[in-house]
Design a protein around this ligand. Structure first.
Ligand code: GAR
Length: 207
């Protein structure tokens, strides 16, 4: 497959985008970040993009609060295409993406979710895991499909839930693994050495 041309969509701190930037800088990932878009003005992810001289912009997603659809979706696709993006990374993007974006980048939209899917889709998954009484939690990187946190899984990593965990300490432990999992999933994509077979991503299975 070769060098990935990545477009990042985010809403918050951008620590996952940072882990991708760092993996590229260390020569561990054959990729280039072509554009960073955030749906929250002043989000830290935009500041990080600026610090690394990465093209970036605020994407106003009004009138919707929880999804990327309509004029904003069209604008987003246009900007990603114009930047030469071939792989879209949802790095803490707190909106549902719709079929139009998925159709513009077929099997090339990845999401990171702070839980061992299919457990605990949605928001504040680490709190859900803690409240459920789970003894392990973790992170999932998956291809995005039309459902919510439901696409084929590329990488998962576990962390223990400790007796004295709070939502914050558990999320912090999950984030350490997130920062390994996203670059790892992107390395698999860049290798081209995988095949999506129904729900399964078969890695090292290309004939
Ligand atoms: C991460 O923990 C990511 O897994 C989560 O938001 C955080 C973003 O952190 N994403 C979701 O909950 C998506 N449903 P970051 O902005 O520092 O990368």
């Amino acid at each position: 497959m070769g060098k990935l041309k990545i477009g990042v969509l985010g809403s918050g701190a951008g620590s996952n985008m940072q882990s991708i930037v760092d993996a590229i800088d260390r020569g561990e990932l054959d990729a280039e970040i072509k554009l960073v878009l955030a749906d929250v003005p002043g989000a830290k992810i935009l500041e990080r993009a600026r610090n690394h001289a990465l093209p970036h912009a605020y994407l106003d997603c009004a009138p919707y609060r929880t999804k990327l659809e309509g004029p904003a979706e069209d604008r987003c696709i246009e900007m990603l295409k114009a930047a030469g993006v071939d792989t879209v990374v949802l790095a803490g993007f707190m909106r549902i993406v719709k079929p139009k974006l998925l159709a513009a980048f077929p099997d090339r939209v990845l999401n990171i979710h702070p839980a061992l899917l299919p457990a605990f889709p949605g928001v504040h998954s680490w709190t859900q895991a803690l409240d459920y009484g789970c003894k392990v939690a973790g992170v999932t990187v998956h291809f995005v499909d039309a459902g919510t946190d439901s696409g084929p899984i590329i990488v998962q990593k576990c962390v223990p839930v400790l007796e004295d965990d709070t939502p914050e300490t558990l999320h912090a432990r999950i984030q350490v693994e997130e920062h390994k999992a996203f670059p790892e999933a992107l390395r698999i994509l860049s290798s081209g050495n995988y095949r999506i077979e129904g729900r399964r991503v078969r890695i090292g299975q290309v004939s």
